[in-house]
Design a protein around this ligand. Structure first.
Ligand code: SAH
Ligand code: SF4
Length: 395
């Protein structure tokens, strides 16, 4: 299959990075409407044979049913005539990723194991808090990068998720939380973080197209101020992320020296700390009211000294960054090579940053008992060999 071997090049000074496996068409040949902008739904209806005026009207109605009411079954779209409902059902679908398993942690965190229509598994996490509820959304099945402390990093990249699969995660969470219609007040799902599996800036177009629908006032209606995209530092894509998506930015810094960052966040060998911080300084829309979050995983005796904390402060000041620091206690997984810093060490690290006038809260680990905490996501997908996946895709 040609789609499986197409390589996509990533802009940047170093060698293009191959990203395998474009999404494959559905086996039943039907067209998925989720993830398409309104205009493309209209074009799809017209392309399938509706009169232009009809296509425009029906696209508007269908959009409303999908994103305001959460309805995926054309026969439930009551302002669409029976004959047209049948016509739509033959050609189009409105689906969510399939739920393989849903788990609930003792702290209320929920994790879903999801499956794409072509059989790849990925995960999504919902973290309820007193004043908000955050959905942690995946952008890829696996990850091409291999940060040494991250469980997802031990997986190979299987494929990018497409806009339908990214928007579909948010829709599925709304289904599970009973939050349709989307205009209802007092929703539990208030925030989204692109911090699940994968590197969102290596799947830029799909993430952008999906988030546009999530942010659309007539779509899922979440404000860009409540959405955060986390990147490990794909410098050449950061300006575009600010311009074309405009959500809050989080950067997985995790180390302040070239030596340590090269080791634990290997993309650093391609885009170094200075380049990364300059891209943060240039990030469109960053200001004191909308700070950039630096994520910093606390690894015992690796990146957690007082000198590291002072260097972090120096760097933030040197680039004049409107920044806050989020300290993440390392979440261990089977086979991981690190230990989490001691609580005293984390406290000392945090107070140095705080004393310099930079907010540095420690992130409370959530859902550890169900392996839902940061960096613990990994599915059985990688246990299949690439050859096996190719055979399945060809079957
Ligand atoms: N790929 C993106 C987003 C996903 S990860 C990125 O790297 O930014 C969300 C955050 O969890 C990142 O800061 C990541 O570095 C961190 N993380 C990964 N593994 C972790 C672990 N085992 N313990 C704590 N945080 C981890
Ligand atoms: Fe990929 Fe992010 Fe994990 Fe690094 S931390 S391996 S970029 S998911």
């Amino acid at each position: 299959m040609s789609a499986d071997t197409t390589l996509m090049s990533i802009p940047g000074p170093a060698d293009p990075l191959p990203v395998p496996r474009a999404a494959v068409p559905r086996a039943d040949g039907k067209v998925e409407l989720i993830g398409l902008p309104r205009e493309k739904i209209r074009a799809a209806l017209e392309g399938a044979g509706l009169e232009p005026k009809q296509a425009k009207l029906r696209a508007k109605q269908i959009w409303h049913w999908i994103y305001n009411r959460g309805v995926g079954d054309f026969t439930a779209m009551t302002d669409v005539g029976k004959a047209l409902q049948a016509w739509l059902t033959e050609r189009f679908v409105v689906t969510r990723p399939e739920v393989i398993e849903a788990q609930v942690s003792t702290d209320g965190t929920r994790k879903w194991l999801l499956r794409t229509h072509d059989g790849h598994d990925f995960e999504m996490v919902f973290i309820p808090d007193a004043d908000r509820g955050t959905l942690c959304v995946s952008s890829q099945v696996g990850c091409t990068l291999n940060c040494t402390f991250c469980h997802t990093g031990t997986m190979k990249l299987v494929r990018n998720l497409d806009p339908a699969e990214i928007v579909g995660q948010v829709m599925l969470a709304r289904d599970a939380l009973g939050e349709w219609p989307s205009s209802q007040e007092g929703r539990m799902l208030t925030n989204i973080v692109m911090m699940g599996m994968g590197e969102p800036l290596y799947n830029f177009d799909n993430v952008r197209d999906a988030l546009k629908i999530v942010m659309d006032g007539d779509g899922l209606g979440l404000s860009k101020r409540r959405i955060t995209l986390s990147t490990s530092g794909v410098v050449p894509m950061m300006a575009r992320a600010g311009e074309e998506i405009g959500v809050n930015l989080a950067v997985s810094l995790h180390a302040v020296t070239k030596e340590v960052r090269d080791e634990i966040v290997p993309i650093n060998r391609k885009y170094g700390i200075e380049q990364l911080l300059q891209a943060c300084a240039d990030y469109p829309g960053a200001n004191n009211a909308r700070r950039i979050t630096f994520e910093y995983v606390m690894l015992k005796d690796k990146n957690d000294s007082d000198a590291d904390a002072r260097e972090l402060v120096r760097l933030i000041h040197a680039y004049d960054l409107p920044a806050k620091v989020n300290l993440i206690p390392f979440n261990p997984w089977e086979g991981s090579a690190y230990l989490c810093s001691t609580p005293e060490r984390i406290k000392s690290f945090s107070s140095i940053i705080f004393a310099a006038g930079i907010s540095a809260p420690v992130r409370t680990p959530r859902g550890r008992d169900i392996d839902a905490a940061c960096g613990q996501l990994k599915t059985a997908a990688e246990k299949k060999s690439r050859a096996q996946l190719d055979r399945e895709a060809a079957a």
